[in-house]
Write a protein that binds this ligand. Structure first.
Ligand code: CDP
Length: 245
């Protein structure tokens, strides 16, 4: 028997979790949570829990993999075995390899890799608890871990999905919307709104697609504010420590 809800949006315009169509789930994050990584971030978004760690830039071995004119970015998205209801088999899967590839590509236009020829920047995103939207949650955390590592970037990357349920576009899909909705369009973008990741599952019209991009921009703007606030808080605290020293 399917658990598909009869309706995803009620007559007041509220979704199953009480949000409006243009609202993201509550998000909080903390940077600098891992002492051995150069940069790190722990992020909670709705019921998603993700940890991102960044190592580098450091010399890439074996040297034959080095790029003469830029750093190589490696990105590993991984779901912990205990992150979903059915245990995830450890090791890479088709899904995690695909997500790792598109997520790496989401950062390549933004990270100033030409400053570090021959180097590698490793990004690890570990999903500890999954509840729809983990690739976008991981990108938001990875973006913060890169900033925490002091990696020069044109700006932060923010990511969110837009979907379609009950004939309406909705921002930041929850689990039932993700499972039973008519479309799922995850996107990542720069602070200027340039899209660096775009995937689509399901059907939308051309007009809906344009609206979906605008709705996603609105979501990414909200996320960017949380990201900037998190960075500001850390550096204000550091300044306070320096002053009191
Ligand atoms: O997580 P995201 O939305 O980026 O990717 P998805 O492939 O659309 O997966 C949607 C959700 O399905 C995940 O967030 C998990 O909650 C769940 N999932 C799962 O239970 N088992 C898997 N092997 C993969 C995903």
């Amino acid at each position: 028997m399917s658990d598909k809800p009869e309706k995803f949006i009620d007559e007041k315009g509220l979704r199953l979790d009480g949000r409006r169509v243009n609202e993201i789930r509550p998000m909080k994050m903390e940077i600098g949570v891992l002492s051995r990584a150069d940069g790190s971030c722990y992020l909670e978004w709705g019921k998603n829990k993700v940890l991102a760690a960044v190592y580098g830039p450091r010399e890439l071995h074996p040297r034959r993999l080095q790029k003469a004119d830029s750093a190589l970015i490696r990105y590993r998205y991984n779901m912990a075995a205990f992150s979903v209801e059915d245990r995830i088999r450890p090791g890479p899967s088709r899904r995690s390899i695909e997500i790792s590839k598109v997520s790496r590509e989401a950062f390549e236009p933004v990270v100033l890799t030409h400053l570090y020829p021959g180097a590698v920047i490793d990004v690890f995103a570990e999903v500890l608890q999954a509840d729809a939207g983990t690739r976008t949650a991981a990108i938001n955390a990875a973006s913060m871990a890169l900033a925490d590592a002091g990696i020069p970037m044109k700006g932060l990357v923010s990511a969110c999905a837009v979907g379609k349920v009950d004939g309406q576009l909705v921002l930041d899909l929850n689990k039932p919307e993700d499972n039973y909705g008519d479309a799922d369009i995850p996107m990542a973008m720069t602070s200027e709104g340039e899209i660096t990741l775009l995937q689509m599952d399901g059907d939308v019209t051309q007009e809906e697609f344009k609206q979906a991009v605008e709705l996603c921009k609105e979501g990414c703007r909200q996320i960017l504010e949380i990201q900037k606030e998190t960075l500001k808080n850390k550096f204000t605290k550091l300044e306070e420590v320096e002053v009191s020293d």
